[in-house]
Write a protein that binds this ligand. Structure first.
Ligand SMILES: Cc1cc2nc3c(=O)[nH]c(=O)nc-3n(C[C@H](O)[C@H](O)[C@H](O)COP(=O)(O)OP(=O)(O)OC[C@H]3O[C@@H](n4cnc5c(N)ncnc54)[C@H](O)[C@@H]3O)c2cc1C
Length: 384
């Protein structure tokens, strides 16, 4: 067993670290977060340097690398800045759907736009009445000659107000039994007639990204925009979760590391009662507990990514990584706030923002409860 990154992975790690160090400034972050503004310039630079879609094939303007390399980049970017890092890593939210299931024409048309930083994308899956339960969709797509006609409203669509296209889960067969066998995934460009995207409200965290309600009213889309197979949208979604859960774990890992780094720097210089607070055993033990959580989160996240790249698909492992790393991020960021005392509560010291951003990772792509459901189902032999 070898726990060492390859030479090229170490170089990618260094490059991502240097990029974040050079481009992410605290002042920029505080300003963009306040204005709820996407870090467009930084995103474009990241794309130029090949950090966006690093795992896409070179023919789609990617680097032809694996999910592990993407995890390494996500960790570095999110540890330097949880909000800018998340915005960059989630810029290509709909990539997995396209990469794994779309036809060659759609891949060639849209994947390079994502990797080159020319277009944001969005997954429009969630509906008002269908959060985790995606076994039936209210959004419908009906065939009309050579087109689909799409009607319905999606909610919580990340990047929803700026995305160039959406991957949309639609009920294409309302009579399917069970209903999930009548769900299909369709790519819809955001500039088609009949689409309205509006802000869904203010978020606790990841405030540089929009979270939108997207309404489709008689939107006409060519039949060729079907992603994967008709009636397989639900199954495709389960496969997409494999990758997206690993990526969220990586974001969370980076956030945990970033919050820890800030707390460590602070406690090393803070004095109370005539001594450094690192001389109190409680402070030292808190640091140790935080470091243990981060190390374990890193081990399981890297293992999940490595397994995915090796073609060993395990819903159980991916859910474990997502559950553990995101919980670790919230706990470590929470402890970081405590260690900074009153300063931890102030935006200028950043750990409160890491905490708010980390909380998102516990919800997106399924809450802790849902990950445990998946783990238990695998343990009981109901799924792989
Ligand atoms: C910032 C943000 C960004 C998002 N981005 C996107 C996006 O880009 N695209 C998209 O489609 N969606 C997105 N979402 C939606 C997100 O994936 C959903 O919010 C999430 O799936 C939860 O759905 P819900 O809020 O309807 O919760 P519900 O499904 O209503 O769950 C509510 C509670 O019930 C529990 N619960 C539900 N089912 C079960 C069960 N079977 N067993 C036990 N407990 C259960 C849950 O754990 C949770 O605690 C985003 C959400 C947020 C907050």
């Amino acid at each position: 067993m070898d726990f060492v990154l390859t030479k090229s992975q170490i170089e990618i790690q260094k490059a991502a670290r240097n990029f974040a160090k050079g481009e992410f400034a605290k002042e920029l972050s505080l300003e963009l977060e306040k204005k709820h503004e996407f870090p467009t310039k930084t995103w474009k630079k990241a794309a130029e340097l090949g950090f966006i879609g690093i795992y896409f094939d070179e023919k789609y303007s990617g680097q032809g690398l694996g999910i592990l390399e993407n995890v390494i980049v996500a960790e570095e970017l999110c540890s330097k800045d949880s909000t800018i890092g998340s915005a960059l890593i989630l810029a290509g939210l709909a990539s997995e759907s396209l990469l794994r299931f779309a036809c060659e024409e759609l891949k060639q048309q849209f994947l390079p736009l994502i990797a080159e930083g020319k277009m944001l994308s969005a997954d429009a899956f969630t509906e008002l009445d269908h959060g985790h339960d995606m076994t039936v969709m209210n959004t419908t797509a009906v065939r009309d000659r050579g087109d689909w006609i799409v009607n319905g409203t999606k909610t919580f669509v990340g990047n929803g107000c700026q995305a160039g296209f959406y991957t949309v889960l639609c009920q294409t067969d309302p009579d399917a039994n069970p209903s999930y066998k009548g769900i299909s995934m369709i790519l819809i460009e955001a500039d088609r007639n009949g689409i309205t995207a509006t802000n869904a409200g203010e978020n606790l965290g990841i405030r540089m990204m929009s979270t939108a309600n997207v309404r489709f009213k008689d939107v006409r889309i060519p039949l060729t925009h079907l992603i994967g197979e008709e009636g397989k949208g639900f199954d495709q979604l389960q496969a997409i979760f494999h990758e997206s859960r690993i990526l969220i774990a990586a974001q969370a890992l980076g956030m945990a590391q970033g919050a820890f780094d800030r707390a460590l720097a602070y406690v090393k210089q803070r004095e109370q009662f005539g001594k450094k607070i690192t001389e109190f055993q409680i402070t030292r033990h808190k640091l140790a507990d935080m470091a243990i959580k981060i190390e374990l989160a890193r081990l399981i996240t890297y293992k999940a990514a490595w397994s995915f790249d090796a073609g060993d698909i395990s819903s159980k492992l991916f859910s474990m990584a997502k559950m553990y790393a995101t919980q670790a991020a919230v706990e470590v960021a929470d402890e970081a706030i405590q260690l900074l005392g009153g300063y931890g509560y102030m935006v200028e010291y950043e750990v409160e923002r890491f905490y708010r951003d980390a909380k998102m990772t516990e919800i997106l792509e399924g809450t802790q409860t849902i990950q445990k459901n998946t783990i238990a189902a695998a343990l009981l032999g109901q799924i792989k």
